[in-house]
Design a protein around this ligand. Structure first.
Ligand code: ADP
Length: 402
C-alpha cells in the first residue's frame, strides 16, 4: 500500500510517500516540500532514491502545489509511482482536533466540519490544514483520506491535568483548557520506547521530551498521556526556539499597562521573539546558540541554562505523575543531537534515579539508544522521532478498515 502523508502550512506543503509493508512499519520512498505557495517564487524540493532536486515552480494555490507533488512522484527517470492511481491512501497532519478527536479518523464531511469548529483554537494552523484536505480530496477523490491530530494523544489527560484554575464556565462555554501538542511524536516515541524496554506499551511509564523548534514534555502513564507541558496553545511550558514557555501571566498585563503594548504585539513578542532567540539575542537555532556560547557569549550560555533548567524542573515534576517512571526519552532535533543539552538537563537528576552515562551521551552514535549507566534506576533513551511514519501507519490501518 502506498500512503502519501501531507502536512499543509499556510504557504507550504510538506509531503512523504510511504510504501507500507504488512508489518505496518512502512518505508519512506520519497519526500519533499513545496514552499512559498501563492507567491512569485514558489519552489519544490524533492528527494527520492537517486534524485535530489530544488526548482522554481508555479504554485498559485495548494491544489496546484499538490498536483506538482504528484507529478514529481510519478514522472521522470526517478519516479516512485507509475501514476496517481498508485496512491492508495492519504494521511493529513491536523494540528487541532479539540475534544472531539481522541484518535486518527477517516475524513468525511462531518470530520471536516468538526475540524472547522476547532479553528478558533488554532487559527493559524487548522485553516491551512483544511485547505490541504480539500485540495487533496479533490485531486484524489477515490482514496481514503485520514486525519491525524497533534492533540489526540493528549485526550487521555484527566480534568485535574487539563483544567486551568480559572472560572469553570470558560472551559464549558469556550473550551479553554490544556490540549497539548506534538502528540504524534510523543506517541511514536512511546511505542518505540516500549519496544526498546521489551514491555507491552500499556505497561510503560515514561517522560517523553520532544525538543525541536517547538518543545514539549509529556508524562506517560501506562502508555497514555497523563500530563503535558503545552496548553491551550503551544506557547506554554518549556523554553523553545522563539517561544517563552511558562511565565507569570501578569507579565502580559504589565507589558500592556506599562509599555502600552497591544495584544498582537505581545502575542508576537512571546511566540516569535522570545525563547532561545529572545534571551541569547543570537538565534532561535540551538546549534548557533551553542556555538556562540562556546565562543564565550554570556547570554547564549544563559539561554542554554534557562532552557535546560526549565526542562529539568518539568522532568522532576512529571516524575511524580505516573508514580513509577521506567525511562526518560529525548527526541526532536535538540533531544536527538545535543549531548550538551541532555547532559545539563540530567545533571542533578541522579537523586531521582536518572544517571546519565556521560561517555555514551557524548558519542556520535545515531538511532535509538540507551544513555543511562548500568546502575541507573531509570533508563535514559534517545529515540529519533518520525511523525510522518506514525501518520502513515495510522492511515494504512484506517484505510484497511482496521
Ligand atoms: P522542528 O520542530 O521544526 O521539526 P527539529 O526537530 O528539526 O525542528 O529541531 C530543530 C532544532 O534542533 C534546532 O534548534 C536545531 O538547532 C536543533 N539541532 C539539530 N541538530 C543539532 C545538534 N547537532 N546540536 C544541537 N542542536 C541541534
Amino acid at each position: 500500500m502506498n500512503v502519501l502523508v501531507i502536512n499543509c502550512g499556510s504557504s507550504s506543503v510538506k509531503y512523504s510517500l510511504f510504501r507500507m509493508t504488512d508489518s505496518e512499519a512502512g518505508e519512506e520512498v520519497a519526500s519533499g516540500i513545496v514552499e512559498r505557495i501563492g507567491e512569485a517564487e514558489s519552489r519544490i524540493r524533492h528527494e527520492a532514491p537517486g534524485e535530489e532536486t530544488s526548482r522554481p515552480v508555479e504554485a498559485p494555490d495548494h491544489r496546484s502545489a499538490l498536483a506538482l507533488v504528484v507529478e514529481h512522484l510519478t514522472t521522470g527517470s526517478h519516479a516512485v509511482l507509475s501514476g496517481l492511481d498508485d496512491i492508495d491512501a492519504v494521511g493529513h497532519r491536523v494540528v487541532h482536533g479539540g475534544e472531539r478527536f481522541t484518535e486518527s479518523v477517516r475524513i468525511d464531511e462531518k470530520v471536516i466540519e468538526a475540524v472547522e469548529a476547532c479553528v478558533p483554537l488554532a487559527p493559524l494552523h487548522n485553516p491551512p490544514n483544511l485547505v490541504g484536505i480539500r485540495a487533496a480530496m479533490e485531486l484524489m477523490p477515490r482514496v481514503p483520506h485520514v486525519a491525524v491530530f497533534d492533540t489526540a494523544f493528549h485526550q487521555t489527560l484527566g480534568p485535574h491535568a487539563f483544567l486551568y484554575a480559572i472560572p469553570y464556565r470558560l472551559y464549558e462555554e469556550h473550551g479553554i483548557r490544556r490540549y497539548g501538542f506534538h502528540g504524534t511524536s510523543h506517541r511514536y516515541v512511546t511505542l518505540a520506547a516500549a519496544e526498546m524496554l521489551g514491555r507491552p506499551v500499556d505497561e510503560v511509564n515514561l517522560i517523553t521530551c520532544h525538543l525541536g523548534n517547538g518543545c514539549s514534555v509529556t508524562a506517560v502513564r501506562a502508555g497514555r498521556s497523563a500530563d503535558t507541558s503545552m496548553g491551550l496553545t503551544p506557547l506554554e511550558g518549556l523554553v523553545m526556539g522563539t517561544r517563552s514557555g511558562d511565565l507569570d501571566p501578569a507579565v502580559v498585563f504589565h507589558l500592556a499597562r506599562t509599555l502600552g503594548m497591544g495584544v498582537d504585539e505581545i502575542d508576537a513578542l512571546l511566540n516569535r521573539e522570545s525563547g532561545l532567540l529572545g534571551v541569547s539575542g543570537v538565534s532561535n537555532d540551538m546549534r548557533e546558540v551553542v556555538a556562540a556560547s562556546t565562543q564565550g557569549d554570556r547570554r547564549a550560555e544563559l539561554a542554554i541554562d534557562i532552557f535546560c533548567r526549565r526542562l529539568r524542573k518539568y522532568i522532576g515534576a512529571y516524575t511524580a505523575v505516573p508514580g513509577r517512571v521506567d525511562a526518560l526519552v529525548f527526541t526532536g532535533g535538540i533531544g536527538e543531537n545535543s549531548a550538551l543539552v541532555r547532559e545539563r538537563t540530567c545533571r542533578g537528576l541522579e537523586a531521582l534515579g536518572y544517571a546519565l552515562d556521560t561517555s555514551s551521551n557524548a558519542s556520535d552514535a545515531r538511532g535509538p539508544r540507551d544513555l543511562a549507566t548500568a546502575e541507573s534506576e531509570k533508563r535514559i533513551l534517545v529515540i529519533p522521532t518520525d511523525e510522518e511514519a506514525m501518520i502513515a501507519r495510522d492511515t494504512a490501518r484506517i484505510a484497511a478498515g482496521r
